[in-house]
Design a protein around this ligand. Sequence first.
Ligand code: PMP
Length: 352
Amino acid sequence: MRDDLRALEGYHSVQVAADVRLNTNESPFPPPAGWREELATALHDVAWHRYPDRQATALRAAIAAWHGVPGERVFAANGSNEVLQSLLLAYAGLGRRVLTFEPSYQMHAQIARVTGAAVVAGERRADFTLDPADAVALVGEARPAITFLCSPNNPTGIVEPPETVNALLDAVPGLLVIDEAYAQFAGWSALDLVADDRPLVVVRTFSKTWSMAAARLGYCVAPAWAVEALELVALPYHLDAATQIAGRLALDHVDAMDARVGQIVAGRERIAAGLAAVDVDVVPSGANFVLFRPRRAGGRAVWQALVDRGVLVRDCSSWPRLDDCLRVTVGTPEENERFLAALGEALAEVTS
Ligand code: PMP
């Protein structure tokens, strides 16, 4: 094994048995029944003895049409994590630097290191927002091949304002990659800024909004020259026929997806209101999860007291810069109420 890999911890989410699982930012709603039936029918007709379409032409064309962009600006892969890995393989790697602003999605730094790059970790303010002037100054010092933003940011939920994106776009010497895994739950997206003469890549996933985490499908909208570079590093036939079909058929259900997003945003507001009424600090979220910090109790103790009541949230309390923080994913209306009730009890139990 490579010596530099020994220092890496890997990425894992603690899974314990729980009735209410609100720890991995999945959708609480299954995909539309119609989509399941159409997929089952379509799978009957797959020529399984043949390799799939290497270019995923129909899927990429469907995604491009949905976003109103040319097909050559879309690259699709096995989850947005594979898109991130492909970007890092094509643009970063040995001898190059990658810039992140912490705390953020851990896989940006993790995949950057695994693919050989050095990571420069920029800092956010104590309220988890990013000072655009600090960010631009750091870009000037670090000269990164890839600068990552995550908007809404995981695990904070904060949406990056357009001013920060524009300031960074003017400053970066390489690519600006914005991970928009949760963008459909937010009011603003950088998608419209993507153009062939801008070094901007916007990464999206079918795992959250589309209720398709099991299918492993992500994509990016990027300048055509960046898509060509991604095709160069992608393994032959990396995206299997079933995933291509699943994604293409999902795009016939945009209305059902929008309805789910509306329900989840309403659930998020319900959770935010419930959290505002108890003894915790809450970070404003544009995502399908909310980060909060108990004011007078340890985060780990509250997490355990929630588990004792059958509710599993993400324990971020020992992560760097996130002391005592917990992250709850928006669930069904019933799950959200169970979480809020359990949290009230948990805080009463562990508050000293
Ligand atoms: N980006 C962010 C910010 C995420 O939170 C996640 C899921 N945890 C991903 C990317 C990866 O999603 P997937 O590979 O399922 O598309």
